[in-house]
Design a binder for this molecule. Structure first.
Ligand SMILES: Cc1cc2nc3c(=O)[nH]c(=O)nc-3n(C[C@H](O)[C@H](O)[C@H](O)COP(=O)(O)OP(=O)(O)OC[C@H]3O[C@@H](n4cnc5c(N)ncnc54)[C@H](O)[C@@H]3O)c2cc1C
Length: 406
């Protein structure tokens, strides 16, 4: 039997987070967009206290404890509401983040305990993941950062760019950065491994924090590694280069199966914010969307609005399905890329259309709509661009290898 109703505990969670977003995120949204690199510490500390110990660290509190067994569904539903509040603030919330997702996907039970326990206690902390380099983003096989074994250590050398929360994870908290590096360039993808670099490790340095179009409160850092020595057992997965089976790389890539639905949910939250704003503005102007009216009698604005709504709904259903599959331990590689590609495109189009429909009201900085349009595009870029996720979808459906599709 198919059931599209959310469980009662998740409905309550959604209501609670919506109230939090309305009360604590919307009022500071514009201010921290304009202040760009400043952190809203009051909000961040409040979120740390509410959320520490939830989701990725496995220990759940309050409403999330009840949501056990529906953890990934709870996560995408919460993310949509937080991003409806403000996507940049949502991305800035202290937690294990992408780095934590990598440890959860590829770490041993001992590593999970060693690296993730810190997110249950103490001061706010951040986790980050650094893959992208000046010469490689989509083509991860081209990674040039090296990890060379030297006695009881790995020695990392290279530069990583555009690392979300890189500054907070590496230098401003007791967090960590998961760094992708090659142990053998001749082995291509099979030589790429993920390494956990603890905060303030000598040899790791933040050299730049980007100024950006959108999600401006979230830090996006350049990290340089110069003879950065980390313990041998900070490698996630096996140190062996298994050229045939590519296990290490697959393990690291599994991170994205968990995180792409969350990015999709964030995109949907931004799109819904724009849609809600547009509906209210139209109503104030005396225009109501007449659902159920024959297509030939609808105005162009009504048709546009329904199209925006339908695209967000479609993206949401794909996202919930990808999360639901994870909650059941099912492989969701195809569905994770599908929902990410759909939601990234939908939010970009929905926010642009909303600005177009409302004209000056959408373009003015008096309202948040122009900000949501700026915040939207990143969802089509990070964690696999639109094009890359569509390639993955095609590969899965037709059974092609990535080489055959390039
Ligand atoms: C705000 C922000 C935060 C980020 N956070 C992180 C982070 O936390 N960690 C991290 O490691 N990275 C992060 N990134 C980097 C992001 O993941 C990359 O920018 C993205 O993967 C694209 O890589 P690239 O920039 O090298 O672009 P390229 O790979 O050079 O792509 C450029 C264009 O070419 C297209 N393209 C590339 N290859 C193909 C192909 N085979 N077929 C068709 N089209 C193709 C792409 O879709 C894109 O449109 C972040 C980026 C931004 C902007």
């Amino acid at each position: 039997m198919i059931d599209f109703e959310l469980p009662e505990n998740i409905v309550r969670l959604r209501e609670a987070i919506h109230a939090l977003a309305t009360e604590h995120m919307r009022p500071i949204s514009r201010e921290y967009d304009e202040r760009e690199h400043e952190k809203p510490w009051e909000f961040l500390r409040m979120m740390w206290e509410i959320s520490k110990g939830t989701t990725i660290t496995g220990e759940a509190d309050g409403a999330l404890r009840e949501a056990r067994g529906t953890r990934h569904l709870a996560s995408v539903v919460s993310t949509e509401e937080l991003s409806w509040g403000d996507a940049g603030l949502y991305l800035s919330i202290p937690n294990a983040g992408l780095g934590g997702a990598a440890v959860a996907a590829a770490g041993t039970p001992e590593q999970k305990q060693r690296f993730l326990a810190r997110f249950r206690e103490g001061e706010p902390k951040w986790g980050a993941m650094a893959i992208t380099e000046p010469g490689c983003g989509s083509d991860t096989a081209a990674i040039t950062t090296t990890a060379v074994r030297d006695g009881d250590h790995w020695v990392l050398n290279g530069t990583k760019i555009f690392c979300t929360s890189g500054l907070m994870a590496a230098e401003k908290s007791e967090g960590f950065v998961v760094v992708w590096a090659t142990v053998d360039r001749s082995a291509g993808r099979a030589g790429i491994k993920a390494f956990v670099v603890d905060h303030h490790t000598p040899g790791m340095k933040v050299t730049k924090v980007e100024k950006k179009l959108g999600i401006r409160v979230s830090d996006t850092a350049t990290l340089v590694f110069e003879d950065c020595r980390i313990p041998l057992d900070n490698i996630l997965g096996s140190p062996e280069v298994e050229k045939e089976r590519k296990e290490g790389f697959k393990g690291a890539m599994a991170t994205f199966d968990a995180t792409r639905p969350v990015v999709a949910a964030s995109a949907i939250g931004v799109g819904r914010a724009a849609l809600d704003f547009t509906r209210e503005a139209l109503e104030k102007a005396g225009i109501r969307i007449r659902y159920g009216t024959p297509p030939t009698k609808l105005t162009a604005v009504e048709r546009d609005f329904m199209d925006m709504e339908a695209n967000l709904q479609a993206a949401r259903l794909l996202t919930w399905r990808a999360a639901w599959m994870m909650d059941r331990g099912m492989r969701n590689n195809l569905e994770a890329s599908m929902c990410k590609a759909k939601a990234g495109l939908a939010v970009t189009r929905v926010t642009q259309k909303a600005v177009e429909i409302l004209g000056p009201l959408g373009y003015s900085r008096k309202y948040l709509l122009e900000k949501w349009m700026r915040d939207a595009k990143i969802n089509d870029i990070f964690e696999g661009t639109q094009q890359i996720n569509l390639l993955i979808v095609a590969r899965r459906i037709f059974g092609y290898s990535s080489r055959e599709l390039n």
